[in-house]
Design a protein around this ligand. Sequence first.
Ligand code: 5CA
Ligand code: ZN
Length: 408
Amino acid sequence: MKSWPGPQIPVVPGTGQQLHLYDTASGTVRPTEPGPTARMYVCGITPYDATHMGHAFTYVTFDVINRVWRDARHDVHYVQNVTDIDDPLLERAVQTGQDWREIADRETALFREDMAALNVIPPQDYIGAVESIPSVAEYVQELQSLGAVYSVDSDLYFRVRRDPDFGAVANLDDAAMLAIFAERGGDPDRPGKEDPLDCLVWQSARPDEPAWDTPLGHGRPGWHIECAAIALDHLGMTIDVQGGGTDLAFPHHEMSASEAQVLRGAYPFARHYVHSAMVGWQGHKMSKSRGNLVFVSALRHADVDPMAIRLALLAHHYRTDWAWTEQGMEGAVGRLALWRAAVAGTSGPDAAPVIERVRGALADDLRTPAALDAIDGWAMAQQAASGDDAEAPAQIAALADALLGVRL
Ligand code: 5CA
Ligand code: ZN
C-alpha cells in the first residue's frame, strides 16, 4: 500500500542517548538494544472512520521512538498495517450503504493526510490486510502442519497453548484473559473450541461478506494472524518494538506474538511490547465504536495548526491515560507561538544544555512533558532577551523538529 511522504529530518549537534522504554511483558523500563537498524512494528488503523486524537497520540508516540533512535544514529525499519478487511468495516458498510472498499480507501487516504500533517515519519512498509491474504494463508498452512490449528465448523482456530510463552505479553491470569477476550472481539464461548482462548485464524465465507480463494478455502483471515504475518514477512522475528495502544496488549499482541513464536520456534517475537495510554473524551476512551471522537481532520479544517495538535499530544506522557480538552489545545497553541517567536530571534541562550535535557528526558521512557519544559525554559529566557548565542535559535528549531517532530 502507498505510504505517505516523509519529512526532512534536521540533524542535531552531538549524538542521542540510548532509548529506555517500558516493556509491558516484563513490567519494567529497560534499554532498547537495536542493531544498526532498529525494527519496529506498530499496529495500524481499521479504516472505517477518520483519525481521532487517540490514534494520533499512539502514532505520535511511536514517531518519537523512531526519532530518538535516529538521533542515536540507528536506521529504523518501521512497518505498519492497515486492517482493511474486518467486521467493523463491514458493519459500517451495511449501516451507510457504501461499499466496504470505498470506506477503507477513503479513510486510509485521510489517515495518510493526517499523519503527513502531523509530521509523522511514514513506515517504509505500509501493508494492507487484503494484500496480505496469500501470505496469511501460507502461515496458517504452516501452523496446520505444526498441528497448531483445528477447525470448528469450517473456521480455523489456533491452539494458543502450543506456545509455552502464551500469556507472557500482557501477564494476565486466565479469568482476566477470558473477560477481556470476550470484550475485544474474541469468542470464548463458541461451542467446539478446545480452549476458550484459542483464536480464529481463518473464517470461512459468510453469505454477503467478502471472501478470497486460498488453499484454506473461500474465506478471510482472523485479525491477529494478519499482524503476525505482516511483521514476519517484513521484519522477521525478535523485533525491537511491537507497538500500539494499551487496548491491544491483550488479546491482539498476546495472540500475534504466540502465533509468530509457534511458527518460528523462536522467542520472543518482540524484545519490547510498548503500549500508549488511552485518550478519552466525555468521560470515556475515545473510540469509533462509541462515537465520542475529536478528529484530527476536523481541527485541521478549522485551521488549527497541526504542530499545535502535536504539541497538545506531546504534553502528556505516553503511559498516562488523559482526556482531550479545549484548554489543552489552547495551551498548545500558546506554546507553539512562544517557541516560534523565540526561534525567530537572532540570538538566544546556549542551546547545548537544552539539547542534553531533551535527549535525556526522551531517552528515559519518552518523558515528553519534561522535554517540552526544557524548550519552554529556553524560549522564555530568549524572549526575556537573555543569551547572545547566534546559533542557538536554529539549533533549538532543529531540536524541536528532529526529536519532537514539531516544525517551527
Ligand atoms: N487495526 C487494529 C490494529 S491491528 C486497530 O486496533 N485499529 S484501530 O483503528 O482501532 O486503532 C488504531 C490504533 O490506535 C491502535 O494502536 C489503538 O490501540 C490506538 N487507539 C485507538 N483508540 C485509542 C485511544 N482512545 N487512545 C489511544 N490510542 C488509541
Ligand atoms: Zn495489529
